[in-house]
Design a protein around this ligand. Sequence first.
Ligand code: C2O
Ligand code: CU
Ligand code: CU
Length: 566
Amino acid sequence: MRNISRRDFTRYAGALTLALAMGGVGASLSGCGGNGKAGGARPLSSDQYNKLDPRNAGNFTMALRLPGTEGGLLGVIDAAAGPFEVVARRQSMEVLPGKATDLLAYEVKTGDKAHLNPVFSIKRGATLAARLANVLEEPTIVHWHGLHVDWRNDGHPSYAIGNGATYEYRFTVQNRAGTYWYHPHPHGQTARQAYGGLAGLLIVEDEDELRLRERLDLRMGVTDIPLVIQDRLFDDRGNLVYPSSPMDAFQGVIGDVILVNGTPSPVLEVESRVYRFRVLNGSNARVLRLSLAKDGNRLPFYLIGTDGGLLAQRRQVEEVFVAPAERVDLLVDLRSMNAGDTVFLKSRSFDPMHMEMAGMGDMTTPQSGGHGGGHGGTGGNATQTATPTSRLPDGADFYLLKLTVRRRIAYDLSIPLELSSFTPIDTKAATPRAINLSASGMRWLINGVQFDQARELFRIRTGTVEIWEIANATLSMPHPMHLHGFQFQVLERRNSPAQVREGGVDEHGRTATDLGWKDTVLIWPGETVKIAIDFSHQFTGDQLYTFHCHNLEHEDGGMMINYRVV
Ligand code: C2O
Ligand code: CU
Ligand code: CU
């Protein structure tokens, strides 16, 4: 079977793409606000791009932005000290050197500090109270990704609020310690809003977590470092460009500038000790294959946690796939390093398996008027430039972060084997449910249907355990499937492609990241993944949650369903 890459496709369908772009579907975000800056923006020149190209190790010179207590981007906030006002707004910030970028961000003020996309930190059992204030010119709502909250607090798309409106959140954090996050969820507009910058972290603490910190001297922003990885496209003035051709909607938007904590080509100075990295793949569609490289060799590291917190035991790995919305918690052992040594965190090349293209025949008539047109959204002045194309293909090999060892230090702490406890969900009386992922025309479907706000695909009785067998079609692409409301456990992978099988850790075909609690799981073309979900909760009344693909263009395009827990 022919596996046509995005780049090949772009080459032979260039004329088609351009024709669609002339219809005004390629809208720069800066164009949406009517601030008059949109006209005449062009893609980054090759000169500009070469300096940002993450395949070039020599580009990595910008100091990584770190969470801190001074406010600003990634300011750390004690989330139990609320209520807070979280303002979803436009914001201008320097992202590319010397340029001001129009972004969307969550702003939270505490005392005299203004935090942007703050890192909320909270103890399990504490209550988070916040009021979302929407000053965007379009509807939005905040979803707390991975948290077990009632549907009113979950940010179901039906709760989206318009410009000038506010929405109150108040919930007790019941989740295990881990790295969770928050982002917009208005149906049809999630992708562009998240791409525009609306996303932040929520870090939950519990006793296991505090013990680990103590044991390894892990300090937020110093030796415990969150890494929010996002790929983006920029224009020559430094503004984000959100391409929205039917092909971008169908495959998901892939950028060619990689930001880590809002920093392109970042460097972090380190010492010879153990570091923790909490990685969130905050990209709309790009999958990462994380690994560490030193002098061209792979450096093993420890996986210690997944979406829903710490693993029972650390697990040594050489690489992990991290799909959009997934988190991995890593320990990197630099104890043997010397001053001047460098280590790169990178994404290794892999086959992105765009098998959907092989299923499409000659691709002459993609349906227009579907998803792509929706992105005009707020926009008056869409730029009329040709739809920008990523210069960094899906599956490319590139660097993410350069670690430079500043000095050797005495550090005699050792990495514990046991981290936490993990109780397998009791599946003896579980109800099976078959779920299939497919495409029709240029639309992605779950069990043959597209999202309809008014339809509930499944009704599930509170307290029951189900086993979902999620099968991705062969002529498909990888789909990171995400469940609201509950964390789940991966039981089995079947029919996995070789690049996934290689990372198998047990007789069920599972990979290392399948061993922890999950809220998002990547399902490759032709693959079937079995997950166990315990639908117990203590919330009052029925709960309406969604299950969707976290390729955000897929989600907006309708690859989502409602399910009700009764
Ligand atoms: Cu992170 Cu429904 O999404
Ligand atoms: Cu979610
Ligand atoms: Cu998908």
